[in-house]
Design a binder for this molecule. Sequence first.
Ligand SMILES: Nc1ncnc2c1ncn2[C@@H]1O[C@H](CN(CC[C@H](N)C(=O)O)CC2CN(Cc3cccs3)C2)[C@@H](O)[C@H]1O
Length: 159
Amino acid sequence: GDDQVLTRFNQLQKRKKPVKFARSAIHNWGLYSLESITAGEMIIEYVGEKIRQEVADLREIKYTESGIGSSYLFRIDEGTVVDATKKGGIARFINHSCDPNCTAKIIRVGGTKRIVIYALRDIEKDEELTYDYKFEREIGSDDRIPCLCGSANCKGFLN
Ligand SMILES: Nc1ncnc2c1ncn2[C@@H]1O[C@H](CN(CC[C@H](N)C(=O)O)CC2CN(Cc3cccs3)C2)[C@@H](O)[C@H]1O
């Protein structure tokens, strides 16, 4: 129930799972576990600036124009986005996989929504952490992002 989530979130605040960012076999930088993690455990919060969708749209254009490439934007709900580009935690380095070992959950803590990354299965030390980005399909658009996760069940694209 919610109280367990709260307790575990508070524990997570005190004792984050040790993780590190390093070069990824999937894309550029990725996030890795520094110790084995048990299925269901909270690993890290995706921390950043909470902004309205309209602001996120403008920033997305600015980031793309300034060559930051795709952005560290994480949608919380239809009106809210967390932007980890300028003020963000290292969870922004987690890559997508079609066979992920983590999942990103939106939890409500004291009335505010937060993004927490949980382990979907037992994770070994030094494994790259991944979750399914669940990007919306860009129907008909030509800017599909080819997926490099390398999983047997890879869908071929991120969007
Ligand atoms: N399975 C995958 N297959 C292909 N590409 C992937 C996969 N999974 C993540 N991606 C890329 O990664 C971005 C998500 N990124 C996660 C961390 C990234 N690896 C990083 O080093 O910053 C954050 C965005 C912000 N951008 C900054 C950039 C740095 C270098 C080139 S663009 C990347 C995504 O939007 C994608 O473009």
